[in-house]
Write a protein that binds this ligand. Structure first.
Ligand code: ADP
Ligand code: MG
Length: 316
């Protein structure tokens, strides 16, 4: 009996002491079309479990994995579809950012984004008529959410590429926190979330790549404790054809890559789903028009331009 009581007490106290380790452990994998690297002062099995959370969420939020919530929505011919409560909440959030960005961020971009293949060996431009027709189906107001049932109106289709990685990085962070891990850094292809500082008190650091996106060239290095840093950049995914750079952040009105002189937008805040959605939204809006949105959510952004110039809001 005494042993059972002691065991129960140990279990109760465990979260107070956490499951930290003195040396960091890392795991690297591939999820949501990007490299995921997780480092934490936690046992290797905890870090491995965190990595597997990414592929678990990918199975729900991917538009290409058959049977995912998004796949079922996109293949429902406008019929109501019951989805996971987390999917419904994420879609509500995406609609909120859609509305506050006046449609600059729009997760119904799928019909347009599907016409681009940024990974092709011999990339081609989409047919302009097809792109125009696709854009007629792009409008976040076509997402109707009623509890956990979602209906897509007017031929809308969902692509969560602009927010899913940020959302998942937050979920991994929540998992670590529930395990009592006090120090970790999660990087999902440019969506970085940190917990605490390193045990010696040094902050986790995140480099913003220069406007050319060179992997080893950091324009500036940010120190982040308990926060998120998300960058949307033209260099992430795209191709150059006849001297023109085509990249994966699209103007929902035209379905064409946004061409406003920006090379990247980095958003720094607490929640990485928010920073992810806003980095895409602010890229489309441009620096001036982004300010009210950044104010509203109390987050910071760094704007890097193709000509090497830089803006920050609030200024720093
Ligand atoms: P990354 O995938 O590099 O993190 P972003 O977060 O900026 O980059 O998201 C770009 C992805 O979001 C695209 O690959 C596409 O799936 C989707 N997308 C493109 N344009 C928009 C847009 N205007 N609004 C919402 N999602 C978009
Ligand atoms: Mg984004």
């Amino acid at each position: 009996m005494k042993r059972i009581v002691l065991f129960a007490l140990a279990l109760l106290l465990l979260p107070l002491f956490g499951c930290g380790t003195e040396t960091p452990h890392s795991a690297t994998g591939y999820a949501c079309d990007t490299v995921v690297t997780i480092t934490a002062y936690a046992p290797q099995e905890t870090v491995d479990a965190a990595l597997s959370i990414c592929s678990d969420y990918e199975k729900v939020l991917s538009k290409t994995i058959e049977g995912s919530d998004v796949w079922r929505l996109n293949h429902a011919n406008g019929e109501p579809v019951p989805v996971d409560p987390e999917t419904a909440a994420l879609l509500s959030f995406a609609v909120e950012i859609g509305s506050l960005s006046d449609g600059a961020f729009d997760v119904t971009i799928a019909p347009a984004s599907a016409l681009w293949d940024f990974r092709a060996d011999d990339p081609v431009l989409p047919d302009p008529d097809a792109l125009r027709a696709a854009c007629e189906r792009v409008d976040y107001r076509n997402i109707v959410i009623d509890g956990n049932t979602v209906t897509l109106l007017n031929g809308a289709e969902i692509d969560l590429g602009g927010v899913a990685k940020g959302y998942i990085a937050d979920r991994v962070s929540a998992y670590f926190q529930a395990k009592g891990v006090a120090s970790a850094c999660i990087n999902m292809g440019g969506n970085v979330v940190t917990i605490g500082t390193k045990p010696n008190g040094d902050p986790w650091t995140v480099g913003i790549r220069d406007s050319k996106g060179a992997p080893d060239e950091s324009e500036e290095v940010l120190s982040i404790a308990d926060g998120a840093v998300v960058t949307s950049g033209t260099y992430e995914r795209g191709f150059t054809l006849d001297g023109v750079r085509y990249h994966h952040i699209l103007d929902p009105k035209t379905g064409m890559p946004v061409s406003n002189g920006l090379a990247s937008v980095t958003v720094v805040g607490v929640r990485s789903d928010l920073c992810d959605a806003l980095s895409t939204a602010c890229f489309v809006l441009g620096e001036e028009a982004s300010k009210p949105l950044l104010d509203r959510y109390g987050v910071r952004a760094v704007f890097l331009y193709e000509d090497g110039s830089r803006g920050a809001y609030p200024e720093s």
